[in-house]
Design a protein around this ligand. Structure first.
Ligand SMILES: *Cc1c(COP(=O)(O)O)cnc(C)c1O
Length: 401
């Protein structure tokens, strides 16, 4: 991923600022920290980049989702609409909040469709938790219309979509709140980290209190601050934030390179007859961290994965992935948890043990994704594509439609 590819001097410098003072904590210690406020800097960088009024850095993309749910008042028994194709963290955050996940199918945008959301939305729905999978937008126009029709709040788990836009406006800014992940596998990494954004001062205030045991962060005596609410510790450390600051500043470069590489890939692979691609809701706004192929059927997709593997090219086949698609989520279907959850008490609104996802399966079984590298040279990209074309063409020749 781009962040890990570009780790260098800039990250080292930011980390050394923190190590030189020894203030690893994001609040207080004003004199000792000699002007270094890395968590604040990270928040400023993300707010500036996205145009959001407020940003809050937290310990992970997962805790960022939990923070948004809490600030938006999602709790006991509330229904939250989620996709079956996401990182499991999205669903876990809903359960951890004491709320109940309700699944809406995805389509070839790789995200929930407005139609599928419309089918499961009800007066019990407290929020639509939209995931913009793999760095590009869902059908926001359609989905926002459904949310407005039913007066349901939209919350964006944009963990994978920092840098991507829809109609020119960053993903994460379309709902009441949005979040980004800075884990090791995302476009920008802090090792571990996350950022919540919102234009709503009140939501931000609740979020920043919740993520730090209710502290109101007023004054310079931490032990004597007010605590309007209960919360927990989802704080980011200054060391992690330092890395995140340097990485966020590299976003424009990453996007420029990745989009240029995507154009080359698109041009080359479009020549292969019968091969389809992810349907983009805003092609220009794609962060271009991934490229997606839709093969004509599951057998062809599996043959391409195998053929590429033999060429030393690793690709993602999410249909089999244990953490990204509901087909493999037996632990969710059994509600396996180390403690008694609200979901055990109330039961899930959908019977996940018998429920099927025909529309999602029809896309997922045909989908192959690969990372678009930021550091590819022209020659490396050409060599990669030559191998890929060889494998895909061979499989496509054998496909009977
Ligand atoms: C990565 C991811 C998360 C969780 O982020 P972490 O930083 O790994 O906790 C949540 N939702 C989605 C969609 C993700 O891809």
């Amino acid at each position: 991923m781009p962040g890990t590819e570009l780790f260098g001097e800039e990250e080292r410098k930011e980390i050394m600022d923190v190590l030189d003072t020894g203030v690893l904590f994001r609040f207080n210690h004003d004199a000792a920290r000699k002007g270094h406020w890395k968590a604040r800097d990270l928040e400023q960088e993300v707010a500036r980049f996205t145009g959001a009024k407020h940003a809050l850095a937290v310990s992970s993309g997962s805790t960022a989702v939990s923070t948004m749910l809490a600030a938006c008042g999602v709790g006991y028994g509330d229904e939250v609409i989620v996709p079956p194709f996401t990182y499991i963290a999205t669903v876990e955050a809903v359960l951890l909040a004491g709320a109940l996940p309700v699944f809406a199918e995805i389509d070839d945008t790789l995200c929930m469709s407005a139609e599928a959301i419309r089918k499961v939305i009800s007066p019990k729905t407290k929020a639509v938790l939209l995931v913009h999978m793999c760095g590009a937008a869902a059908d926001l126009a359609g989905i926002l219309a459904v949310c407005e029709e039913h007066d349901v709040q939209l919350i964006e788990d944009s963990a994978q979509a920092l840098g991507a836009t829809y109609k020119g406006k960053p993903l994460g800014r379309w709902g009441r709140m949005g979040s980004y992940s800075y884990d090791f596998f995302k476009i920008t990494t802090a090792g571990e980290g996350g950022v919540v954004i919102t234009d709503d001062q009140q939501l931000w205030d609740t979020a920043q209190q919740f993520a730090d045991h209710g502290h109101d962060h007023i004054g310079d005596n931490r032990g004597m601050e007010q605590h309007p609410i209960l919360g927990t510790n989802f704080r980011i450390s200054e060391l992690h934030a330092a890395v995140g600051v340097a990485q966020t500043r590299k976003l424009p470069h990453m996007l420029e390179r990745q989009r240029a590489h995507k154009a080359v890939i698109q041009e080359r692979l479009s020549q292969i007859e019968g091969l389809a691609f992810r349907r983009q809701c805003d092609d220009a706004g794609d962060s271009a961290t991934f490229f997606h192929l839709l093969l004509p059927n599951e057998a062809a997709a599996r043959a391409v994965v195998k053929g590429l593997g033999e060429q030393g090219i690793g690709v993602a086949y999410w249909y089999d992935n244990m953490f990204h698609y509901i087909k493999q989520w037996d632990h969710l279907k059994q509600l396996s948890a180390p403690y008694r959850m609200v979901a055990h008490e109330l039961g899930l609104p959908q019977d996940l043990r018998t429920m099927t996802f025909p529309q999602s399966d029809a896309v997922m079984s045909r989908l192959i994704s690969f990372n678009i590298r930021v550091t590819w040279t022209e020659a490396e990209l050409d060599a990669f594509l030559t191998k890929m074309e060889g494998v895909v063409r061979k499989v496509m020749e054998g496909v009977t439609v």
